[in-house]
Design a protein around this ligand. Structure first.
Ligand code: COA
Length: 162
């Protein structure tokens, strides 16, 4: 198993894996049907979508886990100039592991590599948004030392602001 920077050669595989992870979340904790999402909406989901893939590929903070040539995990992240009054913070956008390779330490290796590379680039913290019902993700973050206070990120859709 190796952890390597995200590159164009992994684009199709990582896209399929990220969409599979999103679908799992939609049909699991969200209790919604994947069929509710039309093709256009699905194309925009995830960090590996065509509009954002290049941004994450070039962020120096996005990695894939590979078993041979097979992509079995990913983490998409970027550096943000300021969060919560802290200069230089890593924002973790998404992390996922192929179900066949879970509980083998792949998620931990991806997160650890992200932390090491973020630190090298001068980041002071990593921020990550975790759904409270996502126990495996929460425990993965805690294993690495994340402090998961009782708060969620909120967002405002600016297309609704006039
Ligand atoms: C969350 C996820 C990335 C974890 O990846 P993983 O490779 O299975 O995690 P690891 O094997 O590295 O596990 C590291 C630690 O996390 C915790 N953990 C991970 N999955 C767990 C589970 N299902 N139940 C309990 N603890 C779990 C454990 O503490 C584990 O350490 P241990 O094996 O020594 O007990 C994976 O379950 C996944 O892809 N889920 C779907 C996508 C998702 O929810 N992503 C998070 C979005 S924020």
């Amino acid at each position: 198993m190796k952890i390597v920077p995200l590159s164009d050669e992994d684009r199709v595989s990582v896209r399929m894996l990220e969409l599979a992870c999103i679908r799992e979340y939609v049909e699991g904790p969200m209790k919604r049907s994947w069929d509710e999402f039309d093709q256009e909406t699905r194309q925009k989901l995830g960090a590996s979508a065509s509009g954002s893939f290049a941004h994450y590929r070039d962020s120096q903070l996005s990695f894939v886990a590979k078993e041979g040539d097979r992509v079995v995990g990913f983490v998409f992240a970027q550096m943000v100039p300021w969060i919560d009054g802290i200069e230089k913070a890593v924002w973790l956008e998404n992390i996922g592991v192929d179900p066949e390779f879970r509980r083998m330490g792949v998620g931990y290796m991806l997160l650890k590599r992200l932390a090491q590379e973020g630190k090298k680039l001068g980041a002071q913290v990593i921020h990550s948004s975790i759904s409270p019902d996502n126990v495996s993700s929460l425990l993965l973050h805690k294993k690495l030392g994340f402090v998961a206070e009782d708060r969620k990120t909120a967002y405002l859709d600016l297309s609704k602001v006039i």
